[in-house]
Write a protein that binds this ligand. Structure first.
Ligand code: C5P
Length: 239
């Protein structure tokens, strides 16, 4: 399989076509952005940490019976994925109140959300990713009711699998964003699962171990990403 040409370039990743129409290459760049692209930087090595963690989580989800677009690693910051028909939804699962839910609703940061809260945004730079509800999703003809049920169920299963995995390593999965696509009519998890798309807190100190360190200048972003990648890729802690 050979890389052919650039298909799409986003804020932190680029996707390339290959000589196999079924396979794309996803490259995690060292760019980091926040606040709808208002804050931007390039941090050497960041792409590799996010690709490594994403690859690991996709393999782990597959081992746990959840289908993803992941096909295999190519280089430290690059992996091969299936060519999916992407669904323009950002499916956010929240276990603890933080970020936009605290700004928009009367939650306090750190409030436990049990059962978890699913929030679905419309993935559209032109419309600044507005929040959807089920009626809007059907009116926009984005997915069918059966597909939406399946997407929500998959998001909650991913939440269970990743929360348990991270908890065993002293990390709270506060919230995360998933994207889905279709392959041969089947809905599978696409895009990335990395420190850029999750909120992770240290269980003991509640320190941020994710992009909030960059968003809110909470410390050295690369040191945080390197440290959390190492923790995620290590065996569980002895309690
Ligand atoms: O900003 P907000 O609190 O709504 O984000 C919820 C979660 O979804 C965070 O983990 C954030 O990193 C992730 N997210 C994302 N891409 C977006 C919006 C949110 O990865 N476009």
């Amino acid at each position: 399989m050979k890389q052919v040409d650039l298909l799409y370039t986003g804020k932190a990743k680029s996707v390339y076509r290959t000589d196999d129409p079924e396979v794309y290459i996803m490259k995690f760049r060292d760019d980091i952005t926040a606040f709808d692209g208002e804050k931007k930087d390039t941090l050497g090595g960041k792409g590799s940490y996010n690709a490594e963690v994403s690859s690991f989580f996709f393999r782990y989800l597959e081992e746990n019976g959840i289908e993803t677009h992941y096909l295999g690693s190519i280089e430290p910051a690059t992996f091969a994925v299936r060519n999916l028909e992407m669904i323009p939804l950002e499916v956010i699962v929240r276990n603890v109140a933080a970020g936009s839910i605290v700004r928009k609703y009367p939650f306090k940061e750190g409030d436990r959300l049990d059962p978890p809260v699913i929030v679905i945004d419309y993935k559209s730079d032109a419309h600044h990713d507005p929040m959807l509800n089920d009626d809007l999703i059907y009116a926009l003809d984005l997915v069918t009711p059966e597909e939406l049920d399946q997407i929500k169920a998959m998001a909650l299963t991913v939440n269970d699998v990743l929360s348990e995995y991270l908890d065993a390593r002293g990390i709270i999965l506060v919230d995360f964003k998933l994207e889905f696509g279709k392959y041969n009519g089947k809905i599978v998890v696409g895009d990335e699962i990395s420190m850029d798309s999750m909120r992770l807190w240290d269980k003991e100190t509640r320190a941020s171990l994710d992009k909030d360190v960059y968003r809110f200048n909470k410390g050295d972003v690369m040191e945080t990403y390197a440290g959390v990648a190492k923790r995620i890729l290590s065996p569980p802690r002895e309690e």
